[in-house]
Design a protein. Structure first.
Length: 349
């Protein structure tokens, strides 16, 4: 974590990652048998896995490896434990117009930057692919200056998913990217094309691959190719993730640096996470510790963090049931730079 910045709580919409030129890669057979009767029946040998089975039958008895998810989700479990930075006052009003369409209004009052108003809309299609997944999904929001963020996600087939995202700043296109994702039985491959410009000869191509080696271990890699006038380069990273019963350990190492994270679920209420990040470009390393405390009986969620730059932060979220109202408080203190910021948020709906 660096110096506390903007942010807040409320309706969490998909975030469009900026793909500007000043990018930085940052790289998460046992058989239970009853006791045999005393000589009433002859002993029957129980075939072990892979023995006494036809060649085609053996593959059916063995459990296949799970899909490891996407490369970008490797460190997500740990990052969700850390609090989101807040500053100023934030009011979010969500309104569901139908089962497929929802709108929201967001007002940000800031003491460090410009205050703003944003209008957002979310559409979810009727093509259901899982208990909580329906496609296509269209999400967008526009502020009072005319800047727009938008994403379109669609499940083309049972294994192929595509995403188109773009960002404008008033009347100018700033970023746009197109993703193609293929999910196999035990692997996921993704290709991303960002800000391509044929006339200038610039753009970014990112390829991700994540493979399940065992039910707990997944290995993969990332290849980034960027080009612009007078500059061209490639950066490669390798990643490994081990998932235990109540913990997840992830390591990413590449030419841009290293990123290690560890997530542990102590019990149903307490979760902790530790992150280590080293950047070869910035010549900087940092260690962060975060925790999340959930008190369901009080409808309370508390998150706290501390990093090696002596930045301490915490957020508190409270749901006022049965009212459709949520309150959020946040505070961050940078001891090294003697800077403090706090925020307050209200979410209705």
């Amino acid at each position: 974590m660096g110096e506390p910045g903007g942010g807040g709580s409320g309706l969490r919409l998909p975030v469009i990652t900026s793909l500007s030129s000043d990018w930085e890669i940052k790289p998460w057979a046992v058989y239970w048998l009853p006791a045999p009767p005393p000589r009433l029946l002859p002993w029957v040998a129980v075939p072990q896995e892979g023995q006494g089975c036809a060649p085609g039958q053996q593959g059916e008895t063995e459990s296949s490896l799970p899909n490891p998810g996407t490369f970008e989700e490797c460190h997500r479990k740990c990052k969700e434990v850390f609090p989101m930075q807040m500053e100023g006052v934030r009011l979010v009003v969500n309104k569901g117009l139908s089962n497929h369409f929802q709108v929201n209004h967001t007002v940000n009052l800031s003491t460090m930057g410009d205050s703003s108003y944003r209008f957002g809309a979310t559409y979810v299609g009727s093509k259901q692919t899982g208990p909580a997944e329906s496609f296509p999904v269209m999400v967008g929001d526009m502020d009072n200056s005319g800047s727009l963020n938008a994403q379109v996600i669609h499940q083309l087939t049972s294994r192929v998913r595509s995403k188109l995202a773009f960002q404008t700043q008033q009347q100018k296109f700033v970023n746009w990217q197109c993703d193609g994702e293929f999910r196999g039985e035990d692997f996921t491959a993704t290709v991303t094309l960002g800000n391509p410009d044929v006339l200038v000869g610039s753009g970014i191509v990112v390829a991700h691959y994540l493979q399940s080696v065992t039910p707990s271990l997944a290995l993969g890699g990332e290849l980034v190719y960027h080009r612009r006038p007078g500059e061209e380069g490639t950066v490669m990273s390798l990643a490994g993730r081990y998932t235990g019963t109540n913990y997840v350990a992830t390591l990413t190492v590449g030419g841009a640096g290293a990123h290690a994270s560890y997530y542990h679920k102590a019990n149903e209420q307490l979760q902790v996470g530790v992150e280590f990040e080293a950047s070869t470009r910035m010549q900087d390393t940092s260690v962060s510790f975060g925790y999340q405390l959930d008190v369901p009986k009080a409808n309370l969620l508390f998150k706290g963090s501390l990093d090696s730059n002596w930045v301490v932060g915490a957020t508190l979220e409270k749901k006022l049931i049965p009212l459709p109202l949520s309150l959020a408080l946040g505070a961050f203190l940078n001891h090294r730079k003697n800077k403090f910021q706090c925020g307050f948020g209200i979410t209705i709906g």
